[in-house]
Write a protein that binds this ligand. Structure first.
Ligand SMILES: [Zn+2]
Length: 336
């Protein structure tokens, strides 16, 4: 029996009635083919998901024309690899490639079909070198972990508002003390999320001060009685902070988050996360981030959304600064 694999560094893109083989390393299309038959398109979809394909079975099911197309594809042995049996190595490869395609699929949904593989590579680099720390409401956090893991994020830490999670997701580590964590990971790239359900407003604003103090980027997810709130994402010393943008009165009373709402918020936040970490190409960050310097508010009854822009207040007691005339050096006032 023979089985077919897609070789690295190639990826298959099936779009409408076309198949494109992309060289991910050189960031270019190499092979394009139009297709009309269902058997062939199914065959290619399975290949694009890096499933192992059993050739005998496939050819039995195909008519002459389909056999010709598949034959043409297989003659491109630059892209494909035929093996006689499924070895343990081949099995491992199948799992790894499927994972890579799943991440690629998320990426395509986020950035659309025009995104190039160069950007994709950059994002993957950023994701694999960034640690993420999640603080706050458990329901929001567990949903966010699911989403972030789907993007291939590996280093995830959690500090839930109830201490340890009832069911700790795989591969997630616990953080006891946020300040200690930051000091320990001074040199690493990291991003914090705070999921807020009005549990304790003081905690949230203390957290904001801590992030400013250690110059650490973070994003807020929150609910009020009327709205789901995605963002803002704060970059200390660049954007304003929470203190200078949102009054404590704004948050109102503690409210229950519905599971569907947690899903929506986690989905939106994680798709934005790819655009806010690391040194992303400016065109991407500035144009399409939903949360940098703004919060996206979705009404919980009508599901209508509005953007609310944040501004930096130079007399903010947390992030306010005096800009000297000569060297534009920024000095920070002490917190009260
Ligand atoms: Zn501020």
């Amino acid at each position: 029996m023979s089985y077919l694999f897609l070789k690295e560094p190639y990826a298959i893109e099936c779009r409408d009635n076309r198949i494109n083989i992309i060289n991910c390393k050189e960031n270019k299309y190499e092979f394009m083919l139009g297709l009309k038959s269902e058997v062939t398109s199914d065959f290619l979809k399975r290949l694009s998901l890096s499933q192992i394909i059993e050739l005998e079975e496939l050819l039995r099911e195909s008519n002459a024309k389909e056999k010709a197309v598949i034959g043409k594809l297989m003659s491109q042995d630059k892209y494909f690899e035929l093996v006689d049996e499924i070895t343990p190595e081949a099995k491992v490869k199948e799992v790894v490639m499927t994972e890579a395609n799943r991440i690629g699929e998320n990426f395509a949904n986020t950035f659309g079909p025009t995104a190039t593989y160069k950007v994709y590579k950059k994002i993957m680099e950023n994701l694999s070198s960034t640690s993420v720390v999640l603080v706050g409401n458990e329901l929001l956090l567990t949903n966010l972990i699911d989403e972030l893991q789907a993007y291939g994020l590996k280093e995830i830490y959690i500090k839930s508002d109830k201490g340890a999670l009832k069911k700790q997701p795989d591969g997630v580590k616990t953080v006891e003390d946020i300040e200690g964590f930051i000091q320990e990971h001074q040199k690493n790239k990291k991003h914090f999320f705070y999921a807020f359900d009005q549990n304790d407003c003081k905690d949230l604003y203390d957290f904001n001060e801590l992030m400013e103090k250690y110059n650490t980027a973070w994003s807020l997810l929150a609910v009020t009685e009327t709205d789901m709130i995605i963002g803002p994402t704060f970059f200390p010393k660049e954007t304003g902070c929470l203190e200078c943008n949102v009054d404590r009165d704004f948050w109102g009373n503690k409210t229950n988050i519905l599971p569907e709402e947690a899903k929506i918020m986690a989905g939106l936040m994680s798709s934005d996360f790819c655009k806010i970490i690391g040194d992303m190409p400016e065109a991407i960050v500035e144009d399409i981030s939903m949360t940098i310097g703004r919060m996206f508010m979705i009404n919980r009854k009508t599901l209508n959304g509005i953007n609310k822009d944040m501004v930096r207040s130079f007399d903010c007691k947390v992030c306010g600064a005096i800009v000297k005339d000569e060297d534009k050096e920024v000095e920070y006032r002490e917190c009260n």
